[in-house]
Ligand binder design. Sequence first.
Ligand SMILES: Nc1ncnc2c1ncn2[C@@H]1O[C@H](COP(=O)(O)OP(=O)(O)OP(=O)(O)O)[C@@H](O)[C@H]1O
Ligand SMILES: [Mg+2]
Length: 259
Amino acid sequence: MSPPFEMRHVTREFGGLKAVSDFSITLERGELTGLIGPNGAGKTTVFNMITGMLRPTAGDITWNGENITRLPSHMITARGIARTFQNIKLFSDMSVLENVMVSCHYSIHSSFLAAMLGLPKHGREEKRIRKHSLKHLEEAGLAPLAYEKAQNLPYGLQRKLEIARALATEPGMLLLDEPAAGMNPMEKMELAAFIRRIREKSGITIFLIEHDMKFVMNICERIKVINYGQSIAEGAPDKIRSDPEVISAYLGGASHAQG
Ligand SMILES: Nc1ncnc2c1ncn2[C@@H]1O[C@H](COP(=O)(O)OP(=O)(O)OP(=O)(O)O)[C@@H](O)[C@H]1O
Ligand SMILES: [Mg+2]
């Protein structure tokens, strides 16, 4: 049987630059895997290709036996792959609750336009979505802030709201792009516990980009390292920590690899 998620020899070029080059990975169901590498290594580009925001120049991406390489973003969301963004993308003027409701509406109708034209204001469907969204806010510890404007939330909670919004689409796989960025140590600890809880409760596959080594090593069971678009190592945190090529990639490039 093929693994639930697989990228095979995926490349993405921008002009002459290979942002991601011959990148392959498989993720088993329920695995929590980290993707690390210095700045500009190609991590976000990997996520953008998985979610249909960028087309690979070469290679294939399969999810639950289906080739999703050339599917548009909304169809990939509909198939159960959700993500958060390195630069938070919330509707800042809308309430915390509405931000989650929009994503449910979006996943039900598979139409961004439908979401943009407004939330359903009446009826059973609206009630159902509201209840479902509140449940996800509760799980994220954000229910008391449901009626706050998203922009009024501290940065760390906005990141958590993005995760709650992604989870409200009931994904089979969750991609987190630097979820701990900008968080203080306390918020990071809470986030780590939240991510573990998500995995234990729902058994979804989690693929996580993060620069904070302590966070990644602590939470992930497997880590993939990318440098200049190419995979340079893969394995358990202990193996990665002592890998000479990984150490040299970090010493040679990134300034904020330690944490
Ligand atoms: N849309 C784009 N057009 C042109 N070049 C791009 C585009 N997206 C990414 N790149 C380039 O591809 C390379 C990889 O970028 P990417 O954002 O994937 O890196 P990253 O590993 O996520 O870095 P960071 O840790 O800083 O977020 C960089 O050189 C970047 O400038
Ligand atoms: Mg990035």
